[in-house]
Design a protein around this ligand. Structure first.
Ligand SMILES: [Zn+2]
Length: 739
């Protein structure tokens, strides 16, 4: 069974943290730990690395005993989604004192005689799982369980334990998770499963800036946003039901073919993969056709005939042309600034300028948000509401970005899309020293924001057209910038091209024919795919980029210009034939609409959730029947794909002839047992040659060869630059010789 093998929307909010020590003993769990050193939170906030802080901070704050053991209800408990948000909120609300228990920080503040505790979750603290006692598939009974009981989320345990203690001191709870459906589910789960409460106050904010946080604290919503909460829960349940049942169905089909591989396909992954496979088919079936472009040279300019000519005979009609009449027209045009950034537009532009993938862009934007310097990035809004006080922000930006003086427009340019939860992505005006991708993305956001307040750029388009004596037309266009407005700030390519004025009789010096061939549509990139998914309403702004990542991880797609693998193709082929409903994008879209309805509803959310889930259960029952009936056929098709994938993987891991047997090839192999890569001869068991490789990294071949003729391998480590090294099969001998 492969619960971990499919994507849940919660994946997009999981923070990868250091591994937590193994399960503490019951004794550890019941004794109260000594509190960590108390340090004023505002002193700490600027340093990015908590570990480093602990070592370097001069412990100027007083030591204070935590009162966590006392179960008196003496405080208001604010619960955030991430530790960084807790730090920001506590320092916004007053002189915070930081504590930590099992390395999980929390803060205490006195404000107007009230005690406030700020603590955090760390993304989702609860996951869905199937209720015990269900076997086979389809299964429908599911329940929330603490995330740390499942795989890969051990780091959430100490947060869970701390919140369990802190709720005992809470006379009032305020949920202050990110304001969107995922954040609402995170807060709701803490509220109902840890605090055992039905409702709470809710802070709503789009930036982690002091002013906004204070305002959100002083004017909280009186209840959770139940539309968000139920829409979120519905999404989790639907995706979970899809995930577990389709994975089991696929696994069962594969088993019939006598092979094994963990396969899965999610509710959105299926239609997304089909889009890619369809494009590949189009490209494969494309037959290119020759055609001709016709140019006329006159006055040292190259004029082009507007039509492409596919019938070669037609070219004869151009051969005799000698004279034409010229006419010049000029038209001024105002180019308004582009609308402010919503997430998809930011992802597209970041890819265009910096080749940042959509998921990386979201990751970097999330960091900038948690640093308090940009607003919440998971937004579809293209609006700049006056409540965010943009003029104040512009004034704050002025010190670092002198081009703010160009922001003379009274009302900003806005786009059509809005988002009830958040405005567009904008800089808050606060600063932090940045480098690398963070700096690039931040500056792009600043430039975009300022350009929304800048003047139009005025250009003049010039066009000369030639009409030959036999009626054939040729044209050439030029452009001149009359007045640079927003284009002084925001990076755009604008090439000026000046043209003379031409009028009346003109001699044509030469006619040129250029033969070309029609080209197939382009393959998708991660960015164009995310954009298309948005257009088709597949997935959500928060999940699209990670869905694309998952298709890569599963081995269904490959390459920077995305191509489906044989496995991806076979999967789609078999589903098209035997269970087309799984990859039907209309169905996925209808479900998105249902969830949108719940989100917008003002009552009866639970009823709507139950109805939607009942529909999905019926659907899965139908799919299961189809699947069972064709299990063998599906299995056979998938086997072909799996075999191909394995062959390719093997091919990709071979990098040199075995120096011992001289017959086999050395290849990089992953050992499940030792969880690391090593090199072995593929003539095993006849040849037992092996070499060890650097640990804790994924090793791949580069295809490159050193000057000495040694193959170059590369070690890939999370968060590190790839490290290339020469693989020397005589390494051991050399060492013996030289020592
Ligand atoms: Zn060998």
């Amino acid at each position: 069974m492969a619960v971990e093998a499919y994507l849940t929307p919660s994946d997009v909010k999981k923070t990868i943290e250091k591994k937590v020590k193994p399960k503490p003993s019951t004794k550890e769990l019941t004794t109260i730990e000594k509190p960590g050193k108390a340090v004023s939170a505002s002193d700490l906030e600027n340093s990015p690395d908590e570990k480093k802080r602990k070592r370097t901070s001069k412990n100027k704050a007083k030591k204070t005993e935590t009162t966590i053991s006392k179960a008196e209800k003496d405080a208001t408990l604010i619960i955030t989604e991430k530790p960084q948000a807790a730090a920001k909120i506590s320092s916004a609300l007053g002189n915070a004192i930081k504590y930590s228990e099992n390395r999980v920080p929390f803060y205490e503040i006195e404000r107007d005689g009230e005690k406030i505790i700020v603590a955090s979750a760390v993304g989702h603290l609860f996951n869905l799982t199937y209720s015990k006692g269900q076997t086979g598939w389809p299964i429908f009974k599911l329940e929330w369980q603490p995330a740390h009981k499942g795989k890969g989320a051990a780091f959430t345990k100490n947060y869970y334990l701390l919140l369990n203690k802190l709720v005992k001191r809470a006379k009032k709870i305020i949920i202050a998770t990110d304001y969107d459906i995922e954040g609402e589910v995170i807060g709701w789960n803490v509220l109902r499963f840890i605090a055992k409460k039905k409702d709470a106050e809710r802070m709503k904010f789009s930036t982690l800036t002091k002013n906004e946080l204070v305002r959100a604290y002083e004017n909280p919503m009186k209840t959770l946003d139940w539309g968000q909460a139920y829409a979120g829960e519905t999404r989790h349940k639907i995706d979970w039901l899809y995930g577990i049942n389709l994975s089991r169905a696929l696994m069962s089909a594969i088993k019939t073919s006598g092979t094994f591989k963990i396969l899965s396909i999610g509710r959105v992954q299926g239609p997304a993969l089909k889009i890619i496979v369809d494009r590949d088919r189009e490209i494969e079936n494309f037959k290119s056709e020759p055609f001709w472009q016709v140019f006329a040279k006159a006055n040292n300019l190259n004029f082009k005939h507007p039509k492409d000519i596919f019938d070669k005979k037609e070219l004869d009609e151009f051969k005799e042309i000698e004279n034409a009449t010229a006419e010049t027209t000029e038209k001024e045009e105002n180019l308004s600034p582009p609308h402010p950034f919503d997430l998809t537009t930011l992802q597209r532009e970041a890819y265009k300028f910096y080749r940042l993938s959509p998921s990386n862009t979201l990751k970097v934007a999330q960091t900038l948000y948690l640093a308090g310097i940009i607003s919440y990035p998971r937004t579809s809004s293209q609006k700049i509401p006056k409540e965010i006080e943009p003029k104040k922000i512009l004034r704050k930006l002025e010190n670092r970005f002198p081009f703010v003086k160009e922001a003379t427009r009274k009302y900003p340019i806005e786009g059509n899309k809005s988002d009830p939860a958040h405005p567009s992505i904008y800089p808050t005006g606060d600063f932090k020293n940045l480098s690398g991708d963070e700096r690039k993305l931040y500056e792009l956001i600043v430039k975009r924001f300022i350009s929304c307040f800048s003047q139009d750029t005025k250009i003049a388009n010039k066009r000369i057209s030639l009409t030959a004596d036999n009626g054939k037309k040729f044209t050439i266009s030029g452009m001149k910038i009359i007045e640079n407005g927003w284009t002084k700030i925001y990076p755009v390519k604008m090439e000026e091209k000046s043209l003379p004025d031409m009028k009346g009789e003109t001699k044509i010096d030469k006619i040129d024919f250029k033969k070309r061939e029609t080209k197939p549509l382009k393959k998708y990139t991660a960015t164009s795919l995310v954009t298309l998914m948005e257009k088709k309403n597949l997935g959500t702004k928060a999940t699209r980029s990670s869905i694309v990542d998952t298709l890569f991880k599963r081995g269904y797609i490959d390459g920077k210009s995305i191509e489906s693998t044989e496995l991806g193709k076979k999967l789609i082929e078999s589903l098209e034939k035997y269970s087309p409903i799984i990859i039907d994008e209309n169905l996925t879209r209808q479900l998105e609409e249902k969830m949108e309805e719940i989100l917008q509803a003002t009552e009866n959310w639970e009823e709507k959730e139950n109805k939607t889930i009942e529909n999905v259960e019926q659907l899965i029952l139908d799919i299961s029947k189809e699947f069972r009936a064709h299990e063998k056929n599906i299995g056979e098709k998938l086997k072909e794909g799996i075999t191909d994938l394995r062959d390719k993987q093997r091919e990709n891991s071979r990098f040199m002839t075995c120096p011992v047997c001289k017959e086999g090839n050395l290849s990089i192999i992953y050992s499940r047992k030792t969880k690391r890569n090593f090199v072995a001869c593929d003539k095993y068991p006849d040849c037992k040659t092996t070499y060890s490789l650097p640990p804790n990294a994924v090793i791949k071949k580069t295809g490159k060869v050193s000057e000495e003729g040694l193959p170059i391998l590369v070690a890939l480590k999370r968060g590190r630059k790839p490290w290339e090294f020469k693989f020397d099969p005589n390494w051991r001998d050399n060492r013996q010789n030289s020592s």
